[in-house]
Design a protein around this ligand. Structure first.
Ligand SMILES: Nc1ncnc2c1ncn2[C@@H]1O[C@H](COP(=O)(O)OP(=O)(O)O)[C@@H](O)[C@H]1O
Ligand SMILES: O=C(CO)[C@@H](O)[C@H](O)COP(=O)(O)O
Length: 499
C-alpha cells in the first residue's frame, strides 16, 4: 500500500500524518515548539525550531507507523498563515519570524491605507490592512530594523520556509501569498503598484506556484535525517485554513467550516475572486486551483482556552476541563467572556482591545469560568457565522475541525450557538489531512481534489442544534455583542499599564 504525508505547521506544534490510498490515517506525530512574546502584542517563533521539529516529527512518524519508507510517495504542507520569514542572499534567516497573531504593526497598517488608499487596496488584495498580515510586518522591519531590511533578499511564509529547507527550492503558493496583502488575488500576481507606492523592491517577493504544484524531492541530507527516501515528491501545499477547507471538503458553494485551533476561523467557499465584501471578511485564494474562500477570524480562540488552562488549571487535561465545564448551565451562571486576549480581527479589527469577564458573582466556580471561556470563543465565531450568512450564503451544516472539535460537548455548544448542524470528521486534523490530500492528488491518485475528498473525508457524526439551547443562546449572544462597544474605551486606558 502506498502512502502520503501531510505536514501541518501550526502555531503550537507541527503535526504530521501518514495516510493511505483510502484516506485512513496510519500514523500521527506531534512536536511542539515555543512562542516568544517579549512584549504585549508581540508574537515570534524561531524558524529553525520549525525545521528541527518537522524533521524529528517525520522520523517519529515513520517509526510509529511501521511502514516501509519506500511506500511514501508524496508529501505536502499546511501552515500557519502570514508569518514573515526574512532571508538574506545566502538564504539565512535574518530574524525570528513575526507571526500572524503579532499586532505591533498598527502604524504600518495606517501607512498602507494612506499611501495605497483603502479603496485601491481592497480592489487589488480584496482585504483591508490588518496587523496580522505580512506586508505591515515587512514595513515594520524596514522602519525599525533597517540594518536587517537592507540585507533582505527574499521573504517566505512559515511552511514555505520549511519546504525550502527540505527541498532547497524557494517558492510561495497562492493561498498563503493571498494573506501577505501584496497579492493581486484575482490576477494571481504580485502587485507592482503596491510595492512601488510603499517603496518595497518587488524582487523580494518569491516565485509563485499553485498549491498543488510539484516543487521537488527531499534533499539527500533531509532524507537521511528523516528516514524517508529521496524519491518522495514534495508538493507546495497551502495556508492552514485553505488546507483545513480541503480536508473538510469545503470545495464547492454552500460549504462552511469552523476551525478552533490557536485561532478560530469561520470559512466559506467562494467560486470567484471578483466579489466585494468591503473587507468585512478575509477573501483569499483557495488551495483548490482558481477557487477562493471568505473567512472571519477570532485571534484567540483555542488560545483563550489554552491561556485559561495554563493559568488556572494547568494539570487538568483539556478533555476533563470541557466535561466539568459543561456541567455548568448555559450562560455559566451569569458569566460572559469576550476572547480578545491579543486584540481581535473579525468583526472588530482592533489590535488594542483586550478580553473581559463580565458578571462575576461570588457563587461562581472555576468550572463556570471555563464554560464562559468556551462560550465566549464560540460567540465570537458566531459573529462571523452571522456575517457570512448575511452575505447571502445559505448553509446547511458546518464542518468543525481543529482542537476544539475534539470534545463532543464543545461540538454541541457550536451547534447550539451557530443554530446549525455541526459535522465532526473522523480525523479532526483538517489542515494536515488537506495537505495529505494535496500530495495524494499531486501523486496522481485522483483526478481532482473533489474526487480525493469523496474518499478521504470521513464524517464521524453530525451534531444537531437543540431548540431550547438555541433560543437561550440567542438571548445571551445579544448581551455578548454589547461587550466590545462598551469595553473598548476602558481597555484603551489600560494600555499604558500593560508590559
Ligand atoms: N480535548 C479537547 N477538547 C476541546 N478543546 C481542545 C481539546 N484539546 C485541545 N483543545 C483546544 O484546541 C487547541 C489546539 O488546537 P490545534 O488545532 O491543535 O491548534 P494549532 O493548530 O493552532 O496548533 C487548544 O489550545 C485547546 O484550546
Ligand atoms: O491568521 C490566521 C488566519 O488569517 C490564522 O488562522 C493562522 O493561520 C494560524 O492558525 P492556527 O495556528 O490557529 O491553525
Amino acid at each position: 500500500m502506498e502512502h502520503v504525508i501531510g505536514v501541518d505547521l501550526g502555531t503550537s506544534a507541527v503535526k504530521v500524518l501518514l495516510v493511505d490510498r483510502k484516506g485512513n490515517v496510519k500514523g500521527e506525530w506531534t512536536e511542539t515548539y515555543p512562542l516568544y512574546q517579549p512584549h504585549s502584542g508581540y508574537s515570534e517563533q524561531n524558524p529553525e525550531d520549525w525545521v528541527e521539529k518537522t524533521i524529528v516529527a517525520l522520523r517519529k512518524l515513520l517509526e510509529v507507523s511501521h511502514v516501509s519508507p519506500d511506500s511514501v510517495c508524496g508529501l505536502s504542507f499546511s501552515g500557519q498563515m502570514h508569518g514573515l520569514v526574512l532571508l538574506d542572499k545566502e538564504r539565512n534567516v535574518l530574524r525570528n519570524a513575526i507571526l500572524w497573531n503579532d499586532t505591533r504593526t498598527t502604524e504600518e497598517c495606517r501607512e498602507i491605507e494612506v499611501k495605497v488608499g483603502k479603496e485601491t487596496l481592497l480592489s487589488i488584495t480584496k482585504n483591508r490592512a490588518l496587523e496580522g498580515f505580512t506586508l505591515p510586518k515587512l514595513l515594520w522591519v524596514k522602519k525599525h530594523e533597517p540594518h536587517l531590511y537592507q540585507r533582505a533578499y527574499t521573504f517566505l511564509l512559515p511552511k514555505d520556509y520549511v519546504r525550502f529547507r527540505l527541498t532547497g527550492q524557494i517558492a510561495m503558493e497562492y493561498s498563503d501569498a493571498a494573506g501577505t496583502l501584496l497579492l493581486d488575488i484575482e490576477n494571481k500576481t504580485w502587485s507592482q503598484p503596491i510595492c512601488d507606492v510603499l517603496g518595497i523592491d518587488a524582487h523580494l517577493c518569491p516565485p509563485l506556484v499553485e498549491s498543488t504544484a510539484y516543487v521537488g524531492t527531499l534533499l539527500p541530507e533531509i532524507a537521511e535525517e528523516t528516514g524517508l527516501s529521496t524519491n518522495v515528491k514534495v508538493f507546495a501545499g497551502g495556508a492552514d485554513n485553505a488546507c483545513g477547507a480541503v480536508g473538510a471538503g469545503i470545495l464547492s458553494e454552500g460549504r462552511m467550516m469552523c476551525s478552533i485551533g490557536t485561532s478560530g476561523v469561520i470559512l466559506a467557499y467562494e467560486q470567484t475572486g471578483e466579489k466585494d465584501f468591503a473587507g468585512k471578511v478575509h477573501y483569499f485564494n483557495h488551495a483548490k486551483p482558481n477557487a477562493y474562500y471568505i473567512m472571519g477570524v477570532t485571534l484567540a480562540a483555542g488560545y483563550s482556552f489554552d491561556w485559561w488552562k495554563r493559568t488556572f488549571m494547568e494539570d487538568i487535561p483539556f478533555a476533563d476541563i470541557v466535561k466539568r465545564a459543561y456541567e455548568s448551565p448555559i450562560g455559566a451562571n451569569g458569566l460572559l467572556f469576550a476572547p480578545y486576549l491579543v486584540g481581535e480581527r473579525t468583526p472588530y479589527a482592533d489590535a488594542d482591545i483586550r478580553a473581559s469577564f463580565i458578571g462575576i458573582d461570588s457563587s461562581q466556580t472555576k468550572w463556570d469560568f471555563a464554560r464562559a471561556v468556551m462560550e465566549g470563543i464560540t460567540f465570537s465565531l458566531n459573529e462571523s457565522v452571522e456575517m457570512i450568512k448575511a452575505s447571502g450564503k445559505s448553509v446547511k451544516s458546518i464542518v468543525s475541525i481543529g482542537g476544539g472539535a475534539k470534545s463532543i460537548e464543545w461540538l454541541q455548544m457550536q451547534a447550539d450557538i451557530f443554530a446549525t448542524p455541526v459535522e465532526k470528521l473522523k480525523n479532526e486534523q483538517g489542515p494536515g489531512l488537506g495537505a495529505a490530500m494535496i500530495a495524494a492528488y499531486g501523486c496522481g491518485w485522483f483526478d481532482s481534489l473533489e474526487q480525493c475528498s469523496d474518499v478521504f473525508k470521513q464524517v464521524e457524526m453530525v451534531v444537531e442544534p437543540r431548540k431550547e439551547a438555541v433560543e437561550r443562546y440567542q438571548e445571551l449572544f445579544a448581551v455578548y455583542r454589547k461587550i466590545y462597544p462598551q469595553t473598548k474605551e476602558i481597555v484603551k486606558k489600560l494600555k499604558a499599564f500593560r508590559n
